[in-house]
Design a protein around this ligand. Structure first.
Ligand SMILES: Nc1ncnc2c1ncn2[C@@H]1O[C@H](COP(=O)(O)OP(=O)(O)OP(=O)(O)O)[C@@H](O)[C@H]1O
Length: 290
């Protein structure tokens, strides 16, 4: 399979802080999930991929090009789609005008062809009927869908999505999964999110970042398998669990490094595995401190 992105020893500093610390990663076609706690470095990684930020150290190759060279950078930007965490909208633009404006910036000069593409991507995100509505009059979730539409213009080879399902209702999230899984058959998609269900539903591969370093890079299935035998149901709370809550049935669901003997084990989810990975990290940090 062809490699779309290669980062080697990539570090990004902000003043004295390190947002990314010697990251090595290669991305191939398909949908890869990017998980990590707040401040882990996910957005920084995405901004480097989108050529919005340069690395402080290390080597980046994106679509076979070098983002350090200004000619290559322009070419990369033409060929990628980027949904930032926050999108600013020109005041007074309709949804159609906003997406059309981004398409024009991407040098779609043929007007009828560009308008057809704008209608196509608005339709993909379920916003065709609201295309004529002013951006400021749309709901938060509707605005997010328009922002997503602009990233899909031209079916880019590389699609970088920062929390695309934020604010979307369940129906829209499900429909977005359909759009991304079909795009992932030909494009390389990196999807940063806090929604482990979206990663479990869409991705074969997941990368977990924490404190600017990659803590896990592998298959979703293997990560979930690490939680087998560590999730259980009980009638009472467990003080030693990493995570524990009372479910709708009245029973408690526990996640811990070691389940007690004889308990009723539950099927683990990606969220459980992620909590265990994070718990393991905290334990090893505590041991280093102690
Ligand atoms: N422009 C900046 N100036 C200074 N520090 C920054 C800047 N951007 C990010 N950081 C810092 O870099 C680290 C990583 O931030 P980043 O936004 O990449 O994390 P994240 O994983 O996307 O977090 P979240 O899940 O909260 O969006 C954080 O400690 C953050 O405070």
């Amino acid at each position: 399979m062809s490699t779309t992105v290669t980062f080697t020893g990539v570090t990004r500093r902000h003043g004295k802080g390190i947002a990314l610390d010697r990251v090595d990663v290669a991305l191939e076609p398909g949908v890869t999930g990017l998980l990590g706690p707040n401040g882990a470095g996910k957005t920084t990684l995405l901004r480097l991929l989108a050529t919005v930020l340069p690395p402080t150290e290390g080597r980046c190759r994106i679509l076979g090009l070098d983002p350090d060279s200004s000619d290559d950078r322009i070419e990369i930007r033409r060929r990628l789609g980027y949904l930032p965490q926050e999108v600013g909208y020109p005041r007074g633009f309709t949804a159609f005008e906003f997406v059309d404006y981004v398409a024009a910036l991407k040098e779609w000069s043929d007007r009828p062809g560009r308008h057809a593409e704008v209608r196509r991507v608005l339709d993909l995100v379920g916003m065709a009927d609201l295309a004529g509505k002013k951006m400021r009059r749309l709901s938060g979730g509707q605005r997010r869908r328009v922002a997503l539409a602009q990233s899909l213009i031209g079916s880019p080879e590389l699609l970088i999505l920062d929390e695309p399902t934020n604010g979307l209702d369940p129906e829209q999230r499900a429909s977005l999964r359909g759009v991304l899984s079909s795009a992932g058959q030909r494009s390389t998609i990196l999807l940063a999110t806090h929604q482990t269900e979206d990663v479990a539903a869409l991705c074969e591969r997941v990368i977990v970042l924490d404190s600017g370093r990659i803590r896990y890079d592998g298959s979703v299935r293997d990560l979930v398998a690490q939680a087998a035998g560590r999730v259980w149901l009980a009638d009472v709370e467990s003080p030693n669990a990493l995570s524990s809550w009372r479910t709708g049935t009245g029973r408690f669901r526990h996640v811990a490094m070691d389940a007690p003997q004889g308990v009723e084990l539950a099927e683990p989810t990606l969220e459980d595995a992620y909590l265990l990975l994070r718990g393991g990290e905290r334990d090893s940090v505590d041991m280093e401190v102690a």
